[in-house]
Design a protein around this ligand. Structure first.
Ligand SMILES: [Zn+2]
Length: 131
């Protein structure tokens, strides 16, 4: 690990809870139905928990039944970066905050119209700013 990466890790360890750190910086996944926004219906903008940039809007949130907060599109096309993720023997697409690189979750192609996408997102990666 480079010095820069170590510094970065210390920076986030001091600012995040253990759970947030494991999910946002170590690409962990919270347990299904455990996230605070899994069933959240309030109107507002979901911000990146690490840097505060807007990631998703409540009007694009839907109940996927998966146990994680699900959105069919990000707040804008540049907000979320997508990476191919072949870990855990699965072919998935990882989503991260385009601004700070924080892990959000994964995007799947079984979402509703109009995008057909499901941004399956850890609540620990988000902070809801209610309207
Ligand atoms: Zn961020």
């Amino acid at each position: 690990m480079s010095n820069d990466q170590k510094k970065n890790e210390e920076y986030w360890r001091q600012r995040l809870t253990d759970e947030e750190f494991n999910i946002c910086r170590k690409k962990g996944t919270e347990l299904a139905f455990s996230g605070e926004y899994c069933h959240e219906k309030a109107a507002g903008t979901y911000l990146c928990r690490c840097c505060g940039e807007p990631m998703f809007h409540s009007m694009n949130k839907y109940d996927s039944g998966s146990g994680w907060a699900s959105f069919y599109q990000p707040v804008n096309s540049g907000a979320v970066t997508e990476y191919s993720d072949a870990s855990h023997g699965m072919d998935r697409t990882e989503t991260t905050c385009a601004n700070c690189g924080s892990h959000l979750g994964h995007v799947f192609k079984d979402g509703p119209k109009p995008t057909g996408l499901r941004y399956c997102t850890n609540s620990a990666s988000l902070r809801l700013k209610k309207e």
